[in-house]
Design a protein around this ligand. Structure first.
Ligand SMILES: [Zn+2]
Length: 565
């Protein structure tokens, strides 16, 4: 009975004509055209989420077909047929709930009645809701009627799971896909209803209902019914939240602000408050995740994903997004998702949620590998050009995070494996300075290159900041227009790769025919590997570098960094 009372608004404001249907304009337009052109199919399949208007449109279609003025796209709503369909008393429009009439006998009975002429209307319309719930035998019985449809019989099937409707039925139907309604559509409709019903609900409260209904107009109207039944006069958003058990958006704004300023007390209070107000922790977490998702969308400037936000909310959202790097928002999202997946198994779920939030509060900000390398550079070259502290307490501003985001491994044209071994090493290179080679146009010989190498190194050093380890770089081979360079360890090899442009420039000043350089790392055991191979081999870029250069491992340890991919 209580359920009946809550359906009042949904029934009262149920659209009576195609033009009143909200959010399914594409379906209504096609149906209207089909009726106008007299191309009425004998079977329709309406698929889409629950509560978006499938049976409502089915009833409007029945009216359109059977109205005394019809078939017409604009039924009169006042003739006997229109009225009897509206109040459910029409003898020629049958509504069957697939979920409760799923035995084959009932479908057989239905088939028998189809043989008779209509009682008073043009068409006999059979509406089967949740048609996918019919048993296979019932489906097969139905199929016979669909294969040889009696004249003047129209089937309208509605389903939330079109994929479960057997293909032979699907193929005989004209299919219409109903959309989930946008929060904006629902909000506008609820605002209109409140105005007409003279109910004073705060816009933020209406917005809360609209979002909580998750695309289903029927649910939204039933929630509004609950609110109207339980309140008087002006209804605030907070009252609405209490009544329908939702968590307001401001709660998540405040919570994430608290996380940003590392306010443990405010963070824990948010959870306690949720529990105190009787909200479920699962709902709280899913609300938080949806808020973090919006922050990500905002950071990525994906404004169409944020159409549900009012301008001032959007402003607050983008201000909040600027307090975190994308990577940190992702980490928070994953912490929340982890907590959600463990919630049911947890004996003390509240602690589980608090733990996840505290991890967010104490989370060190993400450091790009490039920062780490920059710090190592500082250690190696002295404190003169110290980069800004990347692990400073407090959230890193987005701009800074962006500036630091770069791949540290510049891809260079890597020679085929084993190539360097086939070429003469510096030890048995031909004597330096053979004029004949140098005079010849084209790429230099290794000997000439080796002889000129100290000059090249000097010009690179003077062109860029002093690089104390640069003398370790040595040419070991030439492959076509590519000079192959070797250096000890993947770390330095990577650093050399990053200097590719200036290095290549310096080489080309002497040997213009050289087009590219390839840098290979030689590890302690004398094994060759090119830089990209280090990455591939280790699977993890950071692990690979740490393996090659223990000093980086020490650096990571001394800075107390956590490695994340
Ligand atoms: Zn009518």
């Amino acid at each position: 009975m209580a359920d009946e009372r809550f359906r009042v608004l949904a029934r009262k404001w149920r659209p009576a004509t195609f033009s009143e249907v909200v959010g399914q304009e594409h379906v209504c337009r096609s149906l209207t055209n089909a009726i106008r052109l007299g191309r009425i199919h004998h079977a329709f399949l309406f698929s889409g989420p629950r509560g978006v208007g499938k049976t409502t449109v089915a009833r409007i279609l029945a009216k359109a077909l059977n109205c005394v003025d019809g078939p017409t796209a604009t039924p009169c709503l006042s003739c006997l047929s229109c009225k009897s369909i509206a109040d459910g008393s029409s003898l020629d429009v049958m509504e069957i709930d697939g979920a409760s009439n799923n035995n084959v006998d009932q479908v057989r009975d239905l088939r028998e009645t189809l043989g008779y002429a209509t009682a008073q209307s043009r068409y006999r319309v059979i509406i089967i809701d949740e048609v996918h719930m019919l048993s296979k035998a019932a489906f097969n019985a139905l199929l016979k009627s669909l294969e040889e449809p009696p004249p003047h019989v129209v089937f309208i099937f509605a389903t939330t799971e079109a994929t479960k409707v057997i293909p032979t039925v699907q193929s005989r139907c004209q299919r219409y896909d109903f959309r989930r309604l946008s929060t904006r559509d629902i909000r506008d409709q609820l605002t209109m209803i409140c105005r007409e019903e003279k109910v004073d609900v705060e816009p933020a409260g209406i917005d809360l209902i609209a979002r909580y209904a998750d695309g289903a107009m029927r649910d939204a109207q039933s929630l509004l019914d609950q609110v109207i039944a339980a309140t008087e006069g002006h209804v605030t958003a907070s009252e609405v939240a209490d009544l329908i058990g939702a968590v307001e958006r401001t709660v998540f704004f405040d919570l994430v602000d608290a996380i940003a300023r590392r306010d443990v007390s405010a963070t824990i209070s948010a959870v306690a408050d949720t529990v105190f107000r009787g909200r479920s922790l699962a709902q709280f977490l899913s609300g938080l995740m949806s808020h973090l998702r919006c922050l990500l969308a905002c950071a990525a400037n994906a404004r169409n994903a944020l159409s549900d936000f009012e301008p001032e909310e959007l402003e607050r959202l983008s201000a909040q997004a600027r307090k975190f790097s994308d990577r940190d928002i992702l980490r928070m999202l994953s912490l929340a998702a982890d907590a959600e997946s463990l919630l049911e198994k947890s004996a003390v779920p509240q602690v589980r949620v608090e733990l996840a939030l505290l991890k967010m509060v104490y989370m060190e900000k993400s450091v790009e590998l490039a920062d780490l390398v920059g710090r190592l550079d500082t250690l190696l070259t002295g404190p003169s050009a110290a980069p800004p502290d990347p692990v400073a307490r407090g959230p890193a501003p987005r701009e800074a995070a962006r500036a630091r985001t770069e791949t540290i491994f510049t891809p260079s044209a890597a020679p085929a494996k084993g190539m360097a071994a086939d070429l003469p090493s510096t030890d048995n290179a031909p004597p330096a300075g053979r004029r004949s080679e140098e005079d010849r146009p084209g790429t230099p010989g290794l000997g000439v290159l080796t002889a000129r190498w100290p000059d090249i190194v000097e010009s690179v050093k003077s062109a860029s900041a002093a690089v104390p380890w640069f003398h370790q770089v040595r040419p070991t081979g030439i492959d076509g227009d590519t000079v192959i360079l070797e250096v000890d360890g993947a770390f330095f090899a990577e650093r050399v790769s990053r200097m590719e442009e200036s290095l290549l420039g310096a080489i080309r000043a002497h040997f213009p025919a050289v087009r590219r350089i390839s840098v290979r790392a030689v590890d302690k055991s004398g094994r060759n590997s090119d830089v990209s191979e280090t990455v591939r081999r280790g699977g993890s870029l950071i692990q690979g570098v740490v393996e090659e250069e223990p000093v980086i491992g020490k650096l990571i340890e001394s800075l107390g960094l956590e490695l994340i991919e």
